[in-house]
Ligand binder design. Structure first.
Ligand code: SF4
Length: 471
């Protein structure tokens, strides 16, 4: 058994977070997190679970647990640890999954994730560190803040009328049918540490034996934000916090519960693709990006109201239907009509690293400011298509292949100037080789249900396609 003042073997020998802090954690002096980490580590080591343990870390003061525990770990987005832990536990049924969350993380932004994981009886142990305040962000009111407790956002104290009652998570979790063990413990006195150690050990055994969900709420000191010294903080837990959050075991069905078995789903991607009909034919579609090997980066720009965002959306949808990777990133000013608008679209054969497009391979500029702004940024071997119906001056600094396209005039001839974006779509499809005319016609037939509108758009697409074939 590890002695009280010995470093647990379940911790890393050195903590690599900061060269100056290789032996110490980032927690403030007197913080309850450190004591809790030590208890968990000791019990993991004692039960021999280190190789099975997978920690899911939160956002908040507990964020750096992956620097301390020498086990597998995953960091979750704010409030999502219980949901991430669900995935971890199901994908790794032999693991001991540990979700470590604070009160902002679990009882505010992540309440629904936490309750549903508990209600499903997932095989995980959740440590809910309740220090009645937002610690990392500087002491704001939390759902767990005590009645009358002051915080930076409740300077006169928490009022029931204004802020509601402190959220008693352990009692709430115990009210659900699925959890196996629910308790509230403290780490502020030797007596409470001994009791917490017993409960934590039992909770980890439940995980070892796959007996379902365990929730352990830990009343933890936050001397920094409580503005008390460490000793007064420990006393305050006994004298004040425990009056509103009584310690105890609220539910214990450990002896009654058996092993909860869930099948770990293994996805056979080839079989799935075949079932969805995503076979060789579809792979051929990705070959249609002819201009570049793997990826095409588009910038569509013009005035709001010219259908710029829809044009990007159409290219994105057509590409998605052909199993390409796609991102679509709109950007527009406060005025949607008449203001500047642009969108960046990236289409690739492989996963896309960033949706931002700084140096487009293809620029479509439907007005002059767009051509002047983005034209010089186009790659040397890129394509620039500008709306020659509205742009009569072209900067002489442009590189790449520059094509005038009288998009507005052609759309007007097709029946409606608003179809200028579809004229461009036809032109882009032909010039890049991404989509056939039949692809476009099929897509437009799905998109426009009114026959009159469909006819205009089919004409517009064909007009753009025909111009592209000739230039
Ligand atoms: S702010 Fe509070 S909870 Fe966070 S590390 Fe410091 S004492 Fe601990």
């Amino acid at each position: 058994m590890t002695k009280v003042f010995e470093k647990s073997p379940a911790f890393f020998d050195t903590f690599t977070r900061k060269p100056s802090m290789q032996k110490t954690t980032h927690y403030c002096p007197g913080c309850g997190h450190g004591t809790l980490n030590k208890i968990i580590a000791d019990q993991i080591a004692e039960l021999g679970l280190q190789d099975q343990a997978i920690f899911v870390g939160p956002v908040g003061c507990g964020v750096f647990i992956y620097y301390y525990f020498e086990s597998a770990s995953v960091s979750a987005a704010h409030g999502r640890a219980s949901a991430v832990a669900t995935g971890v536990a199901r994908a790794n049924p032999d693991s001991v999954t540990i979700s470590y969350q604070g009160d902002g993380d679990l009882a505010a932004i992540g309440t629904s994730n936490a309750i549903h994981a508990a209600n499903r009886g997932e095989n995980m142990i959740v440590f809910f560190v309740n220090n009645n305040i937002y610690g990392m962000t500087g002491g704001q009111l939390a759902p767990t803040t005590l009645i009358d407790q002051t915080s930076t956002t409740s300077p006169t104290g928490r009022s029931i009328v204004n802020d509601g009652y402190p959220l008693k998570m352990a009692e709430m979790m115990a009210g659900l049918e699925a959890p196996t063990l629910v308790a509230r413990v403290g780490v502020n006195t030797p007596k409470n540490v001994r009791q917490a150690t017993k409960v934590i050990k039992k909770g980890l055994e439940v995980q070892r034996d796959k007996k379902g969900y365990v929730f352990i709420e830990v009343l933890s000191q936050c001397p920094t934000n409580w503005k008390k010294d460490p000793k007064d903080s420990c006393d305050w837990i006994d004298e004040v916090v425990c009056q509103q959050y009584p310690l105890g075991i609220f539910k214990d069905l450990v002896d009654e519960r058996g092993e909860v078995k869930r099948r770990a789903e293994r996805v056979e991607f080839d079989a799935l693709a075949e079932q969805l009909g995503l076979t060789t034919d579809d792979e051929d579609n990705t070959q249609k990006i002819e201009m570049l090997q793997d990826e095409l980066r588009f910038k569509f720009a013009g005035f709001g109201g010219q259908g710029i965002l829809s044009l990007g959306m159409m290219v994105s949808q057509l590409s998605m239907e052909r199993n390409m990777e796609v991102t679509w990133l709109p950007s527009y000013g406060p005025e949607m009509r008449g203001g500047v608008a642009n969108c960046s679209v990236v289409v690739g054969k492989k996963a896309i690293g960033s949706p931002a497009v700084e140096n487009p391979h293809v620029l479509v500029a439907l007005n002059r400011p767009s051509l002047e702004k983005f034209g010089p940024l186009v790659a040397k071997d890129g394509l620039i298509i500008y709306n020659s119906s509205l742009i009569d001056q072209v900067p002489d600094t442009l590189s790449g292949r520059v094509y005038p396209l009288a998009a507005t005039d052609l759309a007007s001839e097709a029946g409606n100037v608003k179809a200028a974006n579809v004229v461009v779509l036809g032109f882009v499809a032909q010039k890049t080789g991404m989509f056939s005319l039949a692809d476009l016609e099929g897509f437009l037939s799905e998109t426009f249900k009114k026959p009159a509108l469909l006819e205009i758009n089919l004409k517009a697409a064909r007009a753009g396609w025909d111009v592209a074939e000739k230039v």
